[in-house]
Design a protein around this ligand. Structure first.
Ligand code: EPZ
Length: 439
C-alpha cells in the first residue's frame, strides 16, 4: 500500500494536461475486439484501468502497443478464447470485463467473465447487463468464479427498454447490437458524451446507429466491422476534479484539453459557487477569485445533469462556502462514505436518508444515506486518511492539500486507476508532499 504525506494549506497553481476519458477509452478498447482489422486510439492515458483492460484483451489474443505519446494500436486479427484461470486472475479488478460479453460472443461464440471490481460506492448490480444479453439470445451460466456465456442460436437484434439510463448497460447494448442480426431499439438509454464518442467509434468501424432526442437509440446490425482510428474524448471528470481542487485550495489551475461543451452543467455550478473560469481553445483556467464562496443545492443525475463523479471533489470546496449546501446523490445509493474523513478533518457534514433535493429519487423511503448537508466555512486540519475509492480518494487528497498541517493519506494507488501521472501533476502544481510505497 502506498502513502502520501502532505503538508497542506498551499494553493495549487499551474497547469495540468488531460488525456482521453477513462470512461471512454476502456470501452473503445473493447470495441476494437469487434473489428476484423487493427484499430488506433489516440490520447490513451497511462492509468491502471487501461492496463487491466489491455491485459484482458491480450489474454484473448489482441496485440496491443501503447506508445509513450498515448497512441494505442489494437490488432484483433488473432482473437482466441482465454484460459479461465488467467481471466480469473483479474477478478475484482475492474467493471469493464462485463462489456467483453457481446464482442466475445460475436467473435468466438462464447465468453467467460471474472467477478467484477470497481469503486465501492453502492451495490453496483449487473442485472441490466444480463437482461440485455438475454434479450439478444445469450445463455448465461453463473459459475463459482465468474460467468460463462454462450449464444447457441447466434445474437439477434431486440427491442430493449432500460429501467434506468445506465451507462454500462447502454454500452452493453451498443457493443452487442452492432453485429447482431437485424434491428435493435433501445429506449431509456444513457446519452453521456462518452457514449456518443463510443457511437462515433462504432460508426467509423461500419456500424449503423441513430440517436433520437428521447433517449432512444436504434442500431441496424451489420455482418462485419473493420478497425477504427480515433482520438478519444477528453476526460471531463478529471477536468472537474482539478477545477474543484483549484477552488478548495484557493488556487489557480489551467486544465489543458478541457472543453466547454461537455462541461456546461459543471461550469454553471462552479460559477454559482463563486469560482472563476476562462475558456480558451487550448483548455480552461479555473481559479478562486478571492472572497467568500457561495453555498449551492445540487442534485446529481445522468447526462445532461450534474454528474455523480463531480460531486465528491466539489463537496471539499463546499466545506469552504459560507452557508448551507445540499447535495442529493441520485445515481449511487452509497456515495457519501468519503465524507467521514472530511468530518474528521473539521468539516461539518451531515448525511440524511431523505431526498433533500427538489426531485424525489429512487433511493427515497429506503435506508440509503444519499443526501448531504454541508455547513461552511470550516477550516480543515490535517489527518490520517485511507483512500476509499477513486473520486473519494481524489477528494481526500484535495482536502489534505487544503488543510492546515500534515496529513498521511494511505491506499493512494487507487487514485492511479483514473488519474494519469497524479503525483507528477501534484508536483507541477506546487503541492508539498512526500510519497512512499509499501507502507
Ligand atoms: C459508469 O459506471 C462510470 N464507470 C462511473 O464512473 C459513473 O459514475 C457512472 O457510469 C455514471 O455516470 C465507467 O464508465 C467505467 P451505471 P456504470 O450503469 O456504467 C445502477 C468513476 O468514478 N445499475 O450508469 O457502472 C447502478 O447501481 C466511475 O469514474 C443497476 O441497478 O454506471 C447505479 O445506481 C464510478 N443495474 C446506476 O444504475 C445494472 O445492471 C447507474 O450506473 C447497472 C447499473
Amino acid at each position: 500500500m502506498s502513502k502520501i504525506t502532505v503538508s497542506g494549506g498551499k494553493p495549487l497553481k499551474g497547469r495540468v494536461d488531460l488525456k482521453g476519458a477513462k470512461n471512454l477509452v476502456t470501452k473503445a478498447m473493447v470495441a476494437a475486439l469487434l473489428g476484423d482489422g487493427p484499430s488506433e486510439l489516440r490520447d490513451v492515458p497511462f492509468i491502471s484501468d487501461v492496463e487491466i483492460v489491455s491485459r484482458l484483451l491480450q489474454l484473448h489474443g489482441v496485440q496491443i502497443n501503447h506508445a509513450e505519446d498515448g497512441t494505442m494500436s489494437l490488432d484483433p486479427s488473432n482473437v482466441k478464447s482465454a484460459r479461465m484461470v488467467d481471466i480469473d486472475a483479474h477478478a475484482g479488478s475492474s467493471r469493464i470485463p462485463i462489456l467483453f460479453c457481446g464482442p466475445l460472443l460475436h467473435q468466438l461464440g462464447e465468453a467467460f467473465i471474472p467477478g467484477l471490481g470497481g469503486c465501492h460506492i453502492g451495490d453496483r448490480p449487473i442485472d441490466y447487463h444480463f437482461e440485455v444479453l438475454r434479450n439478444f439470445g445469450a445463455v448465461i451460466e453463473e459459475l463459482p468464479n465468474g460467468t460463462r456465456l454462450s449464444a447457441p442460436k447466434g445474437l439477434k437484434g431486440a427491442k430493449i427498454s432500460l429501467p434506468y439510463p445506465s451507462v454500462g448497460a447502454t454500452e452493453q447494448v451498443l457493443l452487442t447490437a452492432t453485429r447482431a442480426e437485424g434491428l435493435t431499439e433501445l429506449s431509456g438509454a444513457a446519452i453521456e458524451p462518452e457514449i456518443m464518442d463510443l457511437i462515433a467509434i462504432l460508426q467509423k468501424m461500419g456500424a449503423i446507429i441513430s440517436v433520437d432526442t428521447d433517449r432512444v437509440i436504434r442500431i441496424e446490425g451489420v455482418k462485419r466491422l473493420g478497425g477504427y482510428s480515433h482520438r478519444a474524448l477528453f476526460d471531463r471528470n478529471e477536468a472537474a476534479s482539478w477545477a474543484a481542487a483549484a477552488l478548495a485550495t484557493k488556487g489557480d489551475i489551467f486544465v489543458g484539453g478541457a472543453r466547454q461543451q461537455e462541461l456546461t452543467t459543471f461550469l454553471n455550478v462552479f460559477r454559482k459557487v463563486g469560482g472563476a473560469f476562462d475558456i480558451s481553445d487550448e483548455g480552461i483556467r479555473f481559479w478562486h477569485p478571492g472572497g467568500d464562496l457561495n453555498p449551492v443545492v445540487i442534485e446529481t443525475d445522468v447526462h445532461p445533469g450534474f454528474m455523480t463523479d463531480w460531486q465528491q471533489p466539489l463537496v471539499v470546496a463546499l466545506t469552504q462556502a459560507k452557508g448551507l449546501s445540499i447535495v442529493h446523490e441520485t445515481v449511487y445509493e452509497n456515495r457519501f462514505g468519503f465524507t467521514d474523513a472530511l468530518v474528521e478533518m473539521g468539516a461539518q457534514i451531515q448525511i440524511y436518508r431523505e431526498c433533500l433535493g427538489g426531485t424525489p429519487c429512487r433511493f427515497g423511503q429506503r435506508n440509503f444515506n444519499h443526501s448531504a448537508v454541508i455547513s461552511g466555512p470550516t477550516p480543515l486540519k490535517g489527518a490520517d486518511i485511507r483512500v476509499p475509492d477513486l473520486r473519494g480518494g481524489f477528494s481526500h487528497m484535495v482536502a489534505a492539500l487544503a488543510a492546515e498541517g500534515v496529513s498521511n493519506v494511505t491506499n493512494v494507488q487507487l487514485i492511479s486507476r483514473g488519474y494519469e501521472h497524479f503525483l507528477q501533476k501534484l508536483t507541477d502544481l506546487g503541492a508539498d508532499f512526500t510519497y512512499s510505497e509499501n507502507e
